[in-house]
Ligand binder design. Structure first.
Ligand code: ZN
Length: 309
């Protein structure tokens, strides 16, 4: 009896262990299946640029729409361009598919089209406003000069984009030319800026200047001159104008002054003051300021080419 029950207990133990092992295997199996399911699902999720593209939107338009519609990302992935930055969302494909060509997307595209149109119309609207406000371009000269004063200062700031700077300098040229034509120059001087050279590092690695006889003759980098950038003198025309009772002073590289101007009263060495100076005008008015200077220049040219009979 005791022996039989012992054998029986032994058998039960084996059975229980077998059951346990089977249960564990089943758990492992279902865990693997779940991981596989998640992996397959993750492959279907859409990063923002892909989701946006499916809807014909830009990424920022999509992000705004997702916020407006309270769409929730299903998962996240690490930002590939910025390891310490925030993770990037992965969007479920179903709600995105449901939005394709839907009214929400159409509304976003329509808003964007109208905003673009309004931006394109703005310069035309501004020109109409200038005509209304000033009547004649000559009335606007002083305001245009004030606008250029701020723009010219801003162009020297490091934050000014190169294409913006080019645009400002081209307007500056046009305005200085016009002020000269209008006889508003009260003083002209030449200012010569001495710019130190940079010696060629290929043949003159310590940067010490020498007479050029030693190692330079064979240097192809500097064609044997020993200079990466030779020292030079840049000549500026320093204009002073009085426009409607207000004084303005501007420098323009003389090579860029392609128009007649009064004989300079003196030439002197000149060192520009370092550092950016504050611009009196707030940045949000720069676009209007450029339009005003452009309008004055354009109107004056039009008046010259069609003189009143
Ligand atoms: Zn060299």
């Amino acid at each position: 009896m005791a022996r039989a029950s012992l054998a029986e207990r032994e058998k039960q133990k084996v059975r229980r262990e077998k059951q346990k092992a089977e249960q564990k295997a089943a758990e492992r199996e279902s865990q693997k299946a779940e991981e596989e399911r998640q992996w397959q699902r993750r492959k279907l999720l859409l990063p923002t640029p892909v989701a946006a593209e499916r809807l014909g939107l830009t990424a920022s338009q999509f992000r705004k729409l997702a916020t407006d519609l309270a769409l929730k990302p299903e998962s996240w992935y690490r930002n590939p361009n910025h390891l310490t930055g925030p993770e990037c969302p992965l969007w479920p494909p179903e709600p995105i598919a449901a939005l394709v060509a839907g009214p929400e997307v159409t509304a976003v595209l329509e808003r964007s089209r109208r905003a673009k149109e309004a931006r394109a119309l703005k310069p035309e609207k501004r020109r109409a406003e200038f005509r209304e406000r000033y009547g004649d371009w000559r009335t606007a000269l002083r305001d245009a000069a004030e606008a250029m004063f701020s723009l010219n200062r801003y162009a020297k700031h490091a934050s000014c984009r190169p294409e913006h700077r080019d645009e400002i300098y081209s307007l500056k040229s046009g305005l200085l030319h016009l002020l000269c034509e209008e006889g508003m120059v009260v003083e002209v001087k030449h200012h010569d800026q001495h710019q130190a050279g940079k010696s060629c590092r290929a043949c003159n690695p310590d940067g010490v200047e020498d007479d050029g006889s030693a190692g330079h003759s064979s240097c192809r980098r500097c064609a044997g001159t020993g200079w990466y950038l030779p020292p030079r003198i840049v000549r500026y025309v320093a204009f002073r104008f009085v426009v409607d009772g207000r004084r303005f002073a501007w420098h323009q590289p003389s090579i860029e002054v392609g128009w007649e101007y009064p004989q300079p009263t003196e030439s002197s060495e000149w060192t520009p003051e370092p550092g950016g100076k504050p611009t009196p005008m707030p940045r949000r008015r720069f676009a209007e300021a450029k339009d005003l200077v452009g309008w004055v220049i354009g109107e004056s040219r039009r008046a010259r080419s069609n003189p009143p009979s």
